[in-house]
Design a protein around this ligand. Structure first.
Ligand code: NCD
Length: 297
């Protein structure tokens, strides 16, 4: 499928070949970046908090010679006056060559893509998907292990509301990967994702923090803001904590989309297994690749 003008909404829309093209382009961006988007503009619309995703998309656009406009919160925008999402998108479309949007509602990115003639990249829609994070996660795994086939990956924590894990599980299912899903009973990965990925890969589900044999220990934050009820959150808060002792015995690498709260102790950062800050830095070349691919092809 042609990349120019393509929306990046759900990992379900991407094949193994697509994932491999993004990895190859990201590698080129990391080694030999070009100012290929001079004169182009990115609209970066964040209706929900973000640090890495917003900063790395904007840095990526600037590194390619383009510029970025947008907002970090709907506060101060016409959303407060009652403007609809589709009107906001139609306006942003007129000012830009590509729209990156984060929104608390599942499906908001799909709606934006339907309204906009310019490509839309989903930077997170509620508890649903976060495809650009996944491209960065698989790029980092590929870079760390010189390939993805043959890996055993553990996704740990809030697999119910954690959108990065939904997108990542779907992407990994195109590879010869074994998946271990570690979560409390009430934060299990949605059944529709499990049944999809099970068609293509070995999946094991457990509640116990068993890290043996994992090449990648992918920790996640319990998504407090998505819980309908504070008491439910209190029950699972701090359920899995990677202490220094525990982390030292890991044979593989530790990844995390960040931000972390208490699931990885600060002392773990100094261990050689801890790769989450290096992982985050890959957000720039990977997002440069995605922007170039959807804007120029
Ligand atoms: C994640 C997100 O927003 O889904 N953050 C990110 O983009 N790196 C993970 C999280 O918020 O826990």
């Amino acid at each position: 499928m042609a990349w120019k003008g393509r929306d990046i909404i759900s990992i379900r829309d991407f094949s193994r070949k697509d994932v491999e093209s993004v990895i190859a382009r990201s590698r080129r961006m990391e080694r030999r970046p070009k100012r290929s988007l001079e004169g182009r503009t990115l609209a970066s619309l964040f209706f929900e908090p973000s640090t890495r995703t917003k900063l790395s998309f904007e840095t990526a656009m600037h590194s390619l010679g383009g510029s970025a406009v947008g907002f970090a919160s709907p506060k101060g925008t016409s959303v407060e006056k009652g403007e609809t999402l589709s009107d906001t998108i139609r306006v942003a479309e007129g000012y830009s060559d590509c729209i990156v949007m984060r929104h608390p509602q599942e499906g908001a990115a799909r709606l934006a893509a339907e309204v906009s003639l310019k490509p839309v990249i989903n930077a997170g829609d509620g508890a649903n998907q976060h495809p650009s994070q996944t491209f960065l996660d698989v790029y980092f795994m590929h870079k760390s292990f010189r390939g993805i086939d043959g890996l055993t990956v553990g996704l740990i924590g809030d697999l119910k509301y954690g959108r990065t894990t939904h997108s990542l599980a779907l992407a990994l299912s195109h590879f010869d990967v074994k998946l271990r899903l570690i979560s409390p009973q009430n934060l299990r990965m949605p059944q529709n994702i499990i049944s999809d990925v099970k068609k293509r890969m070995d999946v094991e589900e457990t509640e116990s923090l068993s890290l043996d044999g994992l090449d990648v220990v992918y920790m996640t934050r319990i998504q407090q803001e998505r819980f309908p009820d504070v008491e439910e959150y209190e029950k699972v808060k701090g359920v899995y904590v990677l202490t220094k002792e525990r982390a030292s015995s890991i044979d593989g690498i530790i990844m995390h989309p960040l931000p972390r709260v208490d699931e990885i102790a600060k002392e773990v950062d100094a261990l050689e297994q801890a790769k989450y800050f290096e992982q985050a830095a890959c957000g720039v070349p990977v997002r440069m690749a995605l922007l170039e691919m959807v804007i120029k092809g």
